[in-house]
Ligand binder design. Structure first.
Ligand code: RAM
Length: 354
């Protein structure tokens, strides 16, 4: 079992590796999902000596189950090393919506900001001001340009993520016909990288499949739902939708489930098992992929700690230990890789709970 393999709900021996992370993801319910003030569930920084282990998670937006899970993984890690966890974030995943939060955290003098970026550059100067003031910046899930952060925790390679989605959709539509993409926000670094790689993969290996449209639901449930309806109306010959966002795929599945397109238009992408369970069990969706978001947040928190401790600086070859996940090595461009994506189907979805 690789560190990124989603945690089994029941029994399996291998569960020990990440069980604690998953447990907190499953059991904790206190995460703020509404306003922009966020949640602080800090444990006192006892035992941390003179290190500033005040670490704040700043997701793309609040109210997204994926970030609820990833950030609880971060809280678990921070609890393990006696730091203070907090989460703040905007209500919408707009390009510059995170700037005011970064500025406040800089003023507060937190030890590290762990952020999933809504835009590769729009938050750059705010992040560099934080760094100049002594705050470490770790991007996770969605990166900025490398010049604006100390470390990026990557869930899986863009190639791996793109290939799994293209493989799934092309198989489901018989490798021929029109497909479209329902993405997150138009500036999201992670989705845009995956989309570019999916285009390359489609062009190289699936000559009879045409990508006819890419639309953006902004990681907002209703917008994603409406964009799905519009896609199906605009493209009457559409055979498949790829949604590389947990918010998008769940909204698209909900639309398909009660529509005339159920079972006729294929849908795949990146989703959480809990949000997708009903759609997989009733045949609206055959398969989708993801990694374990709790592991991602857990690793990001330990990456922040290693920067605060000075164990790593972000140099290629730097090594640090991420609690129960074990040792990780910093790669090129100060990037740390969690693992490989995993495919969920009717046969295994009952084993997962996040
Ligand atoms: C959404 C967000 C996140 C992405 C997942 C797959 O929750 O856009 O950034 O990694 O989907």
């Amino acid at each position: 079992m690789s560190p990124s393999t989603p945690t089994r709900r029941h029994g399996a021996r291998a569960v020990a590796l990440v069980a604690g992370v998953a447990a907190i993801a499953l059991l904790a319910t206190g995460c703020s999902s509404s306003a922009s003030t966020g949640t602080s569930t800090g444990t006192a920084a006892a035992g941390s000596g003179d290190k500033n282990y005040a670490i704040t998670f700043l997701p793309k937006n609040l109210g997204n189950a994926y970030f609820d899970t990833s950030d609880k993984g971060g809280a678990k890690a921070i609890g393990e090393f006696g730091g203070t966890y907090a989460e703040v974030g905007p209500a919408t995943a707009a390009a510059d919506a995170q700037v005011s939060f970064i500025n406040t955290l800089t003023q507060q003098g937190v030890g590290a900001i762990v952020i999933s970026a809504n835009d590769p550059t729009a938050i750059g100067s705010a992040l560099n001001e934080a760094r100049a003031a002594g705050t470490k910046v770790v991007t996770f899930d969605s990166d900025t340009e490398a010049q604006f952060r100390d470390l990026y925790i990557n869930q899986a390679t863009a190639d791996g993520i793109a290939k799994i989605e293209v493989d799934l959709i092309t198989k489901e539509i018989g490798d021929t016909g029109e497909v479209a993409i329902l993405s997150a926000s138009a500036n999201a670094t992670n989705q845009n990288a995956w989309i570019e790689t999916m285009k390359t993969e489609l062009a190289a290996n699936h000559p009879n499949v045409t990508l006819v449209d890419t639309v953006y639901g902004n990681d907002d449930d209703q917008t994603s739902f409406d964009k799905t309806a519009a896609l199906l109306q605009t493209h009457p010959n559409l055979k498949g939708i790829i949604s590389p966002t947990t918010v998008g795929i769940a909204a698209a599945a909900r639309y398909l489930q009660t529509s005339q397109y159920k079972g006729k238009v294929a849908l795949t992408g990146l989703g959480t098992p809990n949000q997708m369970r009903d759609y997989v069990n009733d045949g609206t969706v055959t398969a989708f992929a993801l990694w374990n978001p709790a592991d991602l947040g857990y690793l990001a928190a330990y990456g922040a700690k290693a920067l605060i401790d000075g164990t790593i600086t972000g140099k290629e070859g730097d090594k640090f230990t991420a609690g129960a996940l074990g040792e990780f090595t910093v790669g090129k461009d100060a990037t740390v890789l969690l693992g490989e994506p995993f495919t969920f189907t009717k046969d295994n979805i009952a084993d997962f709970n996040f």
